[in-house]
Design a protein around this ligand. Structure first.
Ligand code: NA7
Length: 533
């Protein structure tokens, strides 16, 4: 067991943690990254399930802090696979010699703030500890796996997987009877590939989901060269958009055009593929009646693709589109036309227990050789609340967030000085292209730490009133949209007992402007405790 003293401990070696390390090193500070896995990559290290792929275009889902890096790295496809993204982040780790400051196979378990010296003591599951001035939680929004408390789980004699904790060695389902529980993005990406191998595949669905085709394809080298020639301009342009991504945003409202015109637009977006479907019309995510027209368009597609009317009916969502994250797929709905693939709606046929041999529903016993839990994550707060973080007066983060996460700008929490979050709740994070949003946060945090050093500020934390106002604002902005109108992990409603609060901030440009103004006004809304002379 060792104790090391550093300027900053960074929790997590994903895209956020690695860039944070790079930035802090450039400031001449000592930083230690602590990572539970045995490699870099965060989300892309853990989510190795078949078909795992980013739903933001690869040319945008990559770092822009180094022009040489973005010019020299070549993505092979429109949407990068998990293995390709993992190769990329490993390349970045090597290129910037980041690994030497990462402690792998070590999970941060505690973080205690000492008020006398304004320093944190960070504890780990290996017994090693760190004494540090700053803690940066780079723990990701979707990293705490959610395994539903279904009775009998431990008794299952077959193989059990969670998509977010997939084994490193390839899993072969050939000849196996496989169950998938869940129909979120991970299920929708993996089901078509699992179906190619499995003897039988049975999908257990709680909520039918909307998905649009990816139409993934290899990059056209000419188009890539053209874009790389104007990369900074392209990235700057995307920064001015709501989702921080190139979605070809329409400024026209659905309800201002005829049914024929809007269906032509949806058809064109469906053929183009991917999340730009959400930007078909300006009011789609704000006006329920407008949204229903897009929802009905996708429902029509499902009815066309899925041949068995009973299965098509079960697969057809009834609610609004996009308020639960829109999925992007390759052959998802068509997979249900295969004779060995079936769908169980657990609302009609609830799961009672997992048995030694498989799954028992209220109606029947199913035998399985493998069960895949594609049941998602304790999103946005789970990776914070699963660490015993104690701030001023020994107050636990779980208590501070008992009614839902309270943050200022998704960056800082009142009562937890010198602790920052990258893409924390209350920031645009998951409603945007994560990578540039991560870079924005890392730059903001690095600049703030640098400022505290220059200004001789010993501790900085969110002011309680500024935080309260921000939480109210996040919810008011969220309420102008359709997002809070369905159950989703954006609201924490996928985890039993979690407070229902809309966690992400809607709209990157106003958010970035607010962050800029806060800095310009000398870190307005933060309590700054001066160093004692
Ligand atoms: P998601 O999107 O949270 O999907 C999880 C799925 O698991 C979803 O269909 C859930 O149904 C279902 N689920 C959760 N708990 C249960 C129980 N107890 N029984 C049955 N079904 C359940 O996670 P993913 O990993 O697919 O995707 C996460 C994000 O990663 C995604 O949005 C992209 O941003 C990338 P529900 O809808 O809650 O009724």
């Amino acid at each position: 067991m060792t104790e090391r003293s550093v300027d900053a401990v960074i929790v997590g070696a994903g895209f956020g943690g690695l860039y944070m390390l790079h930035r802090l090193r450039k400031l001449g500070l000592t930083a230690q990254v602590v990572e539970a896995g045995d490699g870099v990559g965060g989300t892309w290290y853990w989510n190795r399930y078949p078909g795992a792929r980013c739903d933001i275009q690869s040319l945008e889902y990559s770092y822009q802090f180094s022009d040489e890096l973005q010019q020299q790295w070549d993505w092979s496809e429109r949407y990068a696979t998990q293995p390709e993204i993992l190769r990329y982040i490993n390349h970045v780790a090597d290129r910037f010699e980041l690994r030497r400051d990462v402690r792998f196979n070590t999970r941060v378990t505690t973080a205690d703030f000492g008020e006398t010296k304004n320093r944190w003591k960070v504890g780990t599951d290996t017994g090693d500890t760190f004494d540090t001035r700053f803690v940066v939680m780079a723990t990701g929004c979707l990293s705490s796996a959610n395994l539903p408390p279904i009775p009998g789980l431990a008794s299952f004699s077959g193989d059990r997987y969670h998509t977010g904790r997939w084994p490193h060695e390839p899993v072969d389902f050939t000849g196996k009877r496989v169950a998938v529980i869940g129909t979120g993005s991970s299920a929708i990406q993996s089901i078509p590939l699992i179906a190619q191998q499995a003897k039988t595949l049975t999908v257990f669905q709680r909520t039918a989901n909307y998905s649009v085709p990816a139409h993934n394809k290899p990059h056209d080298p000419e188009k890539v060269a053209e874009l790389k020639a104007r990369y900074p301009e392209y990235r700057a342009q995307n920064r001015q958009t709501a989702f921080h991504a190139d979605f070809n945003y329409s400024e026209i409202n659905v309800l201002d055009v005829s049914a024929a015109e809007r269906n032509a637009e949806y058809e064109q977006r469906w053929t183009h593929g991917g999340l730009p479907f959400m930007a078909s019309f300006a009011d789609l995510m704000f006006v329920p009646e407008a949204n229903q027209t897009a929802a009905e368009f996708i429902r029509g597609k499902i009815r066309q693709i899925v041949k068995d009317p009973a299965t098509a009916k079960k697969l057809t969502p009834s609610g609004l589109v996009g308020c639960k994250r829109l999925c992007v797929d390759t052959n998802y709905y068509a997979t249900y036309n295969l004779p060995h693939v079936s769908l169980v709606d657990i609302n009609e046929e609830p799961i009672e227990t997992v048995t030694t041999e498989g799954i028992r529903t209220r109606q029947q016993d199913y035998g399985f050789d493998a069960i895949v839990f594609a049941t998602g994550f304790d999103a946005m707060t789970g990776s914070m609340t699963r660490v015993a973080i104690r701030g001023r007066g020994g107050r636990a983060i779980q208590d501070a967030w008992a009614e839902g996460p309270k943050t200022y700008l998704g960056l800082s929490v009142n009562g937890f000085p010198n602790l920052f979050m990258i893409t924390g709740p209350g920031s645009p994070s998951v409603l945007t292209n994560m990578l540039p949003s991560i870079e924005h946060h890392v730059d903001w945090i690095a600049d703030c730490i640098d400022w505290t050093n220059q200004q001789k500020v010993a501790a900085i934390e969110a002011d309680a009133q500024a935080q309260e106002n921000w939480v109210t604002h996040v919810n008011e902005v969220g309420d102008t949209s359709v997002y809070p109108r369905c159950n989703s992990w954006y609201l924490g409603s996928n985890v039993p007992g979690k407070p229902r609060v809309f966690m992400p901030y809607l709209g990157f440009p106003p958010y970035a402007e607010k962050c800029r103004q806060v800095v310009e006004a000398g870190y307005d809304g933060f309590i700054k405790q001066p160093e004692v002379a």
